[in-house]
Design a protein around this ligand. Sequence first.
Ligand code: HEC
Length: 103
Amino acid sequence: MKSKTWLFCLLILGIAVSAEAQGEQVKKGKSLVEGKHCAICHKEGGKGKPMEELAQGKTDAFLKEAVTDPKKAISPQVLMPAYKFTDEEVQAVIEYLRSVSKK
Ligand code: HEC
């Protein structure tokens, strides 16, 4: 095979693998969010905004702090508990929030 063809195949493979990894992250985030029942508050008519709006226009840094230290990131009075997630778990939760986000 020509080297260009090889490169092309590698590129496609790389995209497929990273899309797969992304999908895994989203799935993991979804199960964390469901396990912690974030939707009790984050739904239409709940105490917080609906899940699809959480990641809208927000940076990863803000989302991370909002989840692990909401009193600092959002407001000292916020009715949201701080969650003890590992960095990897927070990242998965963020990927999930972005996947359901309306943008
Ligand atoms: C007891 C209710 C409650 C629970 C449970 C809860 N939250 Fe919240 N959350 C709030 C409230 C209230 C706010 C502030 C109002 C808002 O922005 O929605 C908030 C804000 C946020 C924000 C910042 C949104 C913004 O635009 O400033 C994020 C991100 C967030 N929550 C994610 C989560 C995630 C992820 C979980 C589950 C791991 C969760 N929340 C569980 C009540 C809750």
